[in-house]
Design a protein around this ligand. Structure first.
Ligand code: FES
Ligand code: FES
Length: 133
């Protein structure tokens, strides 16, 4: 299967690989798995006081397309509000990376990871004071 240059670029030079402190009240963590293949993706977002995503990190145990999708997502969501981040669709990711049909679920995983990270952050922000050290 031929991968697009963009997939290879993100796969070979993934952006924003790493972890943030998941107990930080301004950090949301999304951990999702792909039923189709068992791959796992962790996406973390950090928001500033204005609710804008100022940093994002990922760790993906999966195929090249999943790594490329999560790398692209970290770039796409920085500078966005949570609502704007929620508007990113797997089709945007698949299109940007020119993923072949068999690899579409990798971009679905990335979309799921955004939703999970935002949901975690929203839940946390409602219960900020319970985050005991
Ligand atoms: Fe598991 Fe993609 S099928 S790495
Ligand atoms: Fe399963 Fe890419 S995430 S093959």
């Amino acid at each position: 299967m031929a991968y697009s240059d963009k997939v290879l670029d993100h796969y070979e030079n993934p952006r924003n690989v790493g972890s943030m402190d998941k107990n930080d009240p301004s950090v949301g963590t999304g951990m999702v798995g792909a039923p189709a293949c068992g791959d796992v993706m962790k996406l973390q977002i950090k928001v500033n006081e204005q609710g804008i995503i100022e940093d994002a990190k990922f760790k993906t145990y999966g195929c090249g397309s999943a790594i490329a999708s999560s790398s692209l997502v970290t770039e796409l969501i920085k500078g966005k509000s949570l609502d704007q981040a929620m508007e990113i669709k797997n089709s945007d990711i698949a299109e940007e990376l020119a993923l072949p049909p068999v690899k579409i679920h990798c971009s679905v995983l990335a979309e799921d990871a955004i939703r999970a990270a935002v949901a975690d952050l929203k839940a946390k922000q409602g219960t900020k004071d319970e985050q005991a050290a």
